[in-house]
Structures are given as C-alpha cells and as structure tokens.
Design a protein around this ligand. Structure first.
Ligand code: URA
Length: 432
C-alpha cells in the first residue's frame, strides 16, 4: 500500500485551530477524498471547521484548483467566437438565462451555459426548458461545440466529468449544515465555471429573503471572492449584486417562466425581468469586446427571438409547440382595496415548489405546468376582489400546503404607505 503524504486528522486539527492549509495539503485532501481514503465523517469535520474558521484567499484558490483537477476541463479556444457565460446564485422566478443566452448570442458571442436542476425553493434552468416539447438537456461535448458554432447559445446539463469532487463535497455539505460557507460556495461554483472553459463570466449574486445568502454584506463577500478566483484563473469575471426580496417577474414555475421569457424575447415582458436581462447582457457583451452593443434593440427587432428559436430547435425542441397547462387552478383575490406593499420571495418560492414546480429529492420529477402567476407586484394599486395571483397544479390537494406557505407573505396597505422591496433591483457591480 502506498504511503499517504498526510494524516487527515492533522489537517482537520490545523483548520479547527484556525491555521491555513498548505497547497500540498489541500491537493492531497481533495484527491484522497475522491479516492475514498478520507472518509465522509472526516470530510464533514473539515467542512465544519472551514465553515466556522474560514479560509485565506490562497487556500480558496487552491481548493478551487484541486476540485477542477479532479475532472475534465472543456476548451472552446478553437471556436472563432469569444465565449462568455453567466451564473446566478439562484432565486425565485429567476428565468433570466432563458432570454439572456440567445440575446447575447445574437451579437455573435458564444454562450456555453452549463446549467443545473432545481432543488428546494429555487428553480432550475433545465427544468424550465424541459417544459418545451422535445427539448433535450443532455448533449455530447461535440454537439455542444457544434451548436455554439452555428447558433451561439447552448444551455445544457453539466456532465458528471466536470469537477466531480464538487459533486461529492456538495452532497456532503447538504446533509451536514455546511452549505452556507463562503469559501465552500465560491470554490464550488467557480470550479465548475472555470472547468467549463469560458473566457469570461458574469455572476448574478443575489441577496434578500429569497436568496441563498440573505445578507447583502455576505453576498458582497461571496461576489468578491468569486471575482478574484475567476481573475486568478484567467477568466475575465464581474458580478452584479441583485435584490431577491421580491419574486422576479410575474411567473414562478417552469412552463410559465418559459412563456414569460418568450414575452421578453418578443420585446415585452415585465420591467424587472427586462432590466436584469439587459444589465447582464451588457456586462457579458462588454467582456466580449462589445461595450456599446444596443441590447434593447436586439430584443425589440426579433434578433434575440430568432436566436432563441434556433437554440431550442438545435436541442430537439419545438419552440412553437403549446406549453403544458395545469389541470387545476386556484385564484387568490385581494381582501381589500389599497396598495400592494409587500410580496416576499421565499414563501412564493416554497409555495411553487409545493405545487409541484420543484423537487425535494434530486431524483424526483417536476410538474412542468405547476407554479404561480402573479397579477400584481409591490407598488401596484389593487381593488377588493381583484385576482392577486393564481396557483396552478395537476393535483388539487397541493393547494392547501401552498396556501399555508403563503400566509403572511404579502400585504395590502394604504395608498402612500412605504413599499417594502428592499431597495433597487441591481444594487452594486463588483469587478474591474
Ligand atoms: N451552487 C453551487 O454550485 N455550489 C454551492 O455551494 C452553492 C450553490
């Protein structure tokens, strides 16, 4: 048996006592964990020590690089187009990838968007796109490259070969209360994005009640850490800190979010979805050497829509096929006239999940037509009896638990009352 370079218990003690781990120690730890030499209970102690005591910038970079080295690296340098990608830390009604990828690609830039599925109250881009009849998330690397060349935008499932150490570590963090550690989140996200081979990256880091990290200071620290990791790896990276206190747009679910994205691509759609899509597109295009691109024009003149149609067809989908519609609906109406002053993202995300739009376990299917359509947003005047939102589900017995989640989640006040949105949609930009 080969002699191991380190003793894992010594390494746990170093981190427990707030010391830094060396590059060699981190490389060994990740490799030994993947090999099964370091046991889950030992890695749990290590992730808890990192959660409590943090890591230095150099350690986070080493951890990210070690996770990248655990798997394959994609390389798009042979493409004639520049590559730029976007990653969101996830939110309620966050369908921005759908209009954004074809919008940016319509400017001749390649957008290799490796996406995931939803877990818990935040939706997954692949689940949303799978509500389009025929659309396939799983494609080969070869096909991905071909679509990037021909269409420019591809949204597909990340293969298990990309940073496999992250998959194993994330599953462990999920069951040991160690997900919300900035060094671990940053290395997890950035290892996958750097391994994906994009030359530029824009991060949409959310804060607020519907976000993964609710506190803006923590989101800022996460954004800064990820921007530094990207820059250190030679990926031009910037981040927008965006407000996730209120659901994004009017649709929360899967098929309904596709419908809303298509409205944006047709030049319409809710103002907040358009604002975020345009801001992220400008950021991505600036990295691709087009800082003055007229992004709004590409939405209103059909160029982005044309790219969407080709992107969906390239993966077997029929962009003109009807989207699934739920068997049952339940409308909630205003119990008084006044001003809608509050609409909290998290309970709406949980309610949509309970209606069947999300999954509790990785292997569960989602119901594509399940979800919530909002008919009013904070700041809107409402009259007694008018519909506030519609719940959709295939099974009517799901409504009670969804309504339970929504208790106290919205409030109608008097005209002139303060509207509680937690500030502007785009709070800050981080990056060079
Ligand atoms: N998303 C990831 O990919 N990793 C994390 O740790 C958190 C969110």
């Amino acid at each position: 048996m080969a002699i191991e370079a380190f003793d894992v218990v010594d390494l746990i003690r170093v981190k427990r006592d707030r010391g830094p781990l060396s590059t060699g120690q981190i490389n060994w730890l990740i490799d030994a964990y993947i090999r099964g030499y370091v046991a889950d209970e030992q890695m749990s102690a290590m992730t808890m020590a990192i959660f409590l005591n943090g890591m230095e910038r150099r350690e986070i970079r080493d951890l990210t690089m070690a996770m990248i080295e655990s798997g394959e690296r994609m390389n798009f340098s042979s493409l004639t187009k520049r590559t730029t990608d976007k990653h969101s830390t996830g939110g309620v009604g966050d369908k921005i990838t759908l209009p954004l990828a074809p919008l940016v690609a319509s400017f001749g830039v390649a957008v290799p968007q490796l996406s995931g599925r939803g877990l818990g109250h935040t939706g997954g881009t692949l689940d949303k796109l799978e509500s389009i009849p025929g659309w396939q998330a799983n494609i080969s690397n070869e096909r991905m490259r071909q679509i990037l060349d021909e269409v420019g935008a591809v949204v597909c499932a990340a293969g298990s070969g990309l940073a496999p150490a992250d998959g194993k570590l994330y599953a462990l963090r999920d069951i040991t209360g160690t997900v919300e550690a900035i060094p671990l989140i940053a290395s997890s996200i950035m290892s996958k994005k750097i391994a994906e081979g994009t030359s530029a990256l824009v991060l949409d880091v959310k804060f607020g009640s519907g976000a993964f990290l609710t506190d803006i200071a923590q989101s800022r620290e996460l954004a800064r850490t990820m921007v530094e990791l990207g820059e250190d790896a030679g990926v031009a990276t910037s981040a927008l800190l965006t407000n996730m206190n209120v659901p994004i747009g009017l649709a929360i679910g899967n098929a309904n979010e596709v419908r809303e994205s298509v409205e944006v691509l047709e030049g319409g759609g809710p103002a907040d979805v358009v604002e975020l899509t345009v801001a992220l597109a400008r950021e991505m295009l600036a990295h691709a050497g087009q800082p003055d691109a007229d992004v709004r024009a590409a939405l209103s003149d059909g160029r982005a829509m044309d790219c969407w149609n080709r992107m969906i067809r390239a993966q077997g989908g029929d962009p003109s096929a009807p989207l699934p519609v739920a068997r049952e609906t339940h409308v909630v109406t205003a119990d008084r006239s006044g001003l809608l002053v509050e609409q909290k993202a998290l309970p709406f995300g949980i309610a949509a999940w309970r209606l069947g739009a999300g999954r509790a376990r990785k292997q569960d299917p989602v119901q594509h037509a399940a979800g919530i359509d909002l008919h009013a947003k904070p700041g809107d005047a409402v009259v007694e009896g008018q519909p506030l939102f519609t719940l959709s589900a295939d099974e009517p017995d799901r409504f009670a638990r969804a309504l339970e989640a929504l208790e106290g989640s919205y409030r109608i006040g008097d005209h002139g009352d303060e509207v509680l949105t937690g500030g502007p949609l785009i709070a800050e930009r981080i990056g060079a």
